[in-house]
Write a protein that binds this ligand. Structure first.
Ligand SMILES: O=C(O)CCC(=O)C(=O)O
Length: 263
């Protein structure tokens, strides 16, 4: 499902896009795979805090095929270009509130999250909330950073910060720019979720430096020591040429960065 130019414009302007029912046909097996991944890893969620697995869709051959799925790559391709990079992702049982934050501050390149919950969520039960436009750099974004101290700076609780609460049913997808300020409030102790992180292919020197920064932090691979790469071996070994197209630049940069860190 390629997006319309109006949907792409909405995403560029507001920093997110809600796609109801996009993966409704897949929700049953994806939910089962989510359970299996946590079980196989022996990660028992007790509800006291977030339980997270990275990289996530990479853990099973079937979940990896999401990257090959026409509905997935057409949506991401429409927003980031068909040559986008897959840069990993996480699977979670979220517990309680998540305060206001952004997942990045990329002034070059475009990084986004293809984000889905496996439980129905409303404004007051932990759906994703976004501040439209907060992905854009400039004076506005400098000021909006203060929402993570809303009590102190604005005299309001985080849950009262003006925003769009994107209520979702299982099978719905929200894509958002990593730069956007987002949060969730009122969620239960066991909200099932996973995402795919994606970035536009790095072409200029500045974009390559940004990608390198994403892949290695403080001289170490992003998910280190849990994983040396943002992809799993399963993801790479079962890749068709079409999937490999979305992995190859990351493989090239990770190999280069790893060698440089060992030199
Ligand atoms: O669902 C949540 O509590 C927060 C989600 C979030 O911040 C994220 O996936 O980046």
């Amino acid at each position: 499902m390629a997006l319309t130019s109006a949907q792409c414009e909405f995403f560029d302007l507001f920093g997110y896009l809600y796609l109801p029912n996009l993966l409704i046909e897949e929700i049953k097996w994806m939910t089962e795979e989510h359970r299996v991944v946590f079980e196989k890893k022996g990660l028992v969620h007790d509800g006291t805090k977030r339980s997270q697995i990275v990289p996530f869709i990479d853990q099973t051959e079937r979940l990896c095929t999401l990257l090959d799925h026409p509905k997935v790559f057409e949506v991401i391709g429409s927003l980031l270009g068909d040559d986008f990079n897959y840069v990993g992702g996480d699977g979670n049982y979220y517990s309680g509130d998540t305060g206001w934050h952004s997942d990045g501050a990329h002034s070059v390149g475009l990084y986004a999250k293809f984000h889905l919950y496996l439980d129905p969520l409303t404004r007051d039960t932990g759906c994703i909330r976004v501040i439209p436009g907060s992905h854009l750099f400039g004076k506005w974004r400098e000021c909006i950073e203060q929402v993570n101290r809303s009590d102190e700076v604005l005299g309001i609780d985080g849950r009262d910060v003006p925003c769009v609460a994107v209520e979702t049913e299982p099978g719905d997808v929200v894509v958002f720019n990593h730069n956007i300020y987002h949060a969730s409030f009122g969620g239960g102790r066991s909200r099932r979720h996973f995402d795919l992180n994606v970035g536009s292919r790095a072409k200029t020197e500045a974009e390559i430096a940004e990608l390198d920064n994403y892949l290695h932090r403080n001289g170490k691979p992003r998910y280190y020591p849990r994983s040396q790469s943002v992809h799993s071996e399963v993801m790479r070994q079962t890749a068709s040429p079409e999937r490999m197209y979305h992995l190859e630049q990351v493989i090239e940069r990770e190999t280069y960065l790893w060698k440089s860190s060992q030199a």
